[in-house]
Design a protein around this ligand. Structure first.
Ligand SMILES: *Cc1c(COP(=O)(O)O)cnc(C)c1O
Length: 395
């Protein structure tokens, strides 16, 4: 391969989606609550809950909407403090703010995972909930996190937007906490352009989320949740109208059977590239934690002892080779750098997370890539590091 692969091109949607999309276009039946039963969105919820092994699933317009509804359904008081990792996407502190809560940021280590000492120190009696964002699919020590939260009776919400198919001790990520949220945005394991879903075993929580998602009047009867839970919340909650429409579900449903293949291909691709990058003296891919079986569609790696000038030179060298590497903290206005979240107000500095963000590189690695693509990417990255550090050493 002499050309750099396009890391943003999507995999085709399975052919089997076409018949259902055609049917929906013909009938115009796009609203999830028009059909008396078995609307595509309702079927998606049933299939996704079965896939995850949870009692309930609620499909919505995005993972951000799912996170917002999950927090709202915890019935937290206004201005409740919610602990989140300082390494995440801006949508996560945004969901906290949207739910009238206040995010408290926890340090993240050079392996992209939550610093458990800082987590424990910040898990004080004024924390009302914990929102664990498994950023880029990296799983923090969930044994420690769940145990600490259980001791203090603090609910855990999982942002599993990038963790579909990831396991922790053979248990699916997204089912460890009280509620798990996933994304169907195009850069995730299932691509519907936009979309999200939350999963939980808690009938009272899902009843609230269903109503607030926009199941006005008695539309909740089209959800398989205990009717007492709905009766309790009817007319008591605002309607935020974050529903999913049927066309999205028609695009998502045929991709569920593809997840296992995408996960195993993504992991094999990631691990091969990781091995290559780790063979360079200038690069380091942190290992997964022992209980974690990853489902990556991107790779993150650290630069060994690069100055900021060398880091910028490295990024330019990778660009020259046609591979787009972003260093989270150095690109302007990066939505994953906590100091750009000005909307949450001034924050105490987080030196550990800041150091990681100034050094950690991010490259998309969609599961559809072939071996030649992977070789091209790994070679470009290693050569770019060599070009920067090799010159520096010779000088
Ligand atoms: C993509 C992503 C989100 C946001 O998902 P949307 O569906 O676009 O709202 C949140 N958290 C993480 C970790 C993500 O990767």
């Amino acid at each position: 391969m002499t050309h750099a692969p396009n890391l943003y091109a999507a995999e085709p949607i399975p052919e089997s989606a076409r018949a259902e999309i055609d049917r929906l276009l013909t009938t115009g039946d796009l609203f999830r609550y028009t059909a008396p039963e078995d609307a595509p969105v309702a079927l998606l919820e049933k299939e996704f809950a079965a896939f995850m092994g949870t009692k309930f699933a609620l499909a919505v317009s995005s993972c951000s909407a799912a996170l917002f509804l999950a927090l709202k359904s915890l019935n937290l008081p206004r201005n409740a403090k919610v602990l989140i990792p300082a390494f995440t996407f801006a949508a996560v502190p945004s969901a906290v703010v949207h739910a009238d809560c206040v995010p408290v940021l926890v340090e993240v280590g050079e392996n992209y995972r939550i610093d458990i000492t800082d987590f424990e120190n910040k898990l004080t009696s004024d924390i009302s909930a914990v929102l664990i964002s498994h950023m880029r699919g990296h799983t923090s020590d969930m044994d420690a996190i769940i145990a600490l939260c259980r001791d203090r009776n603090i609910p855990v919400v999982e942002d599993a937007a990038h963790s579909l198919g990831t396991l922790w001790h053979d248990q699916k990520i997204g089912t460890l906490g009280k509620v798990g949220c996933f994304s169907f945005q195009s850069y995730k394991m299932i691509n519907a352009g936009e979309g999200g879903i939350l999963v939980t075993d808690d009938a009272d929580l899902v009843a609230q989320a269903v109503i607030m998602s926009g199941a006005y009047e008695h539309n909740w009867k089209k959800h398989p949740v205990l009717h007492e839970a709905f009766g309790k919340w009817q007319n008591k909650l605002p309607l935020y109208n974050l529903r999913m429409q049927n066309l999205s579900a028609a695009v998502i449903r045929p991709q569920i059977p593809e997840v296992a293949r995408r996960v195993s291909d993504g992991r094999a691709n990631h691990d091969w590239v990781a091995g290559e990058l780790n063979s360079s003296p200038f690069l380091h891919v942190p290992a997964a934690l022992a209980p974690e079986t990853r489902a990556p569609d991107s790779i993150q790696f650290n630069l060994n002892d690069f100055s900021e000038t060398e880091t910028m030179a490295f990024v330019a060298e990778t660009q020259n080779r046609g591979v787009s590497v972003q260093v989270f903290g150095t690109t302007k206005n990066n939505a994953r750098a906590f100091w750009n979240w000005e909307f949450i107000g001034p924050q105490p500095d987080l030196p550990q997370t800041r150091a990681m963000l100034m050094n950690a590189c991010d490259v998309r690695l969609p599961p559809r890539l072939q071996h030649d693509d992977l070789r091209y990417i790994a070679t470009a990255i290693k050569d770019a590091a060599q070009a920067v550090k090799g010159t520096a050493q010779a000088a």
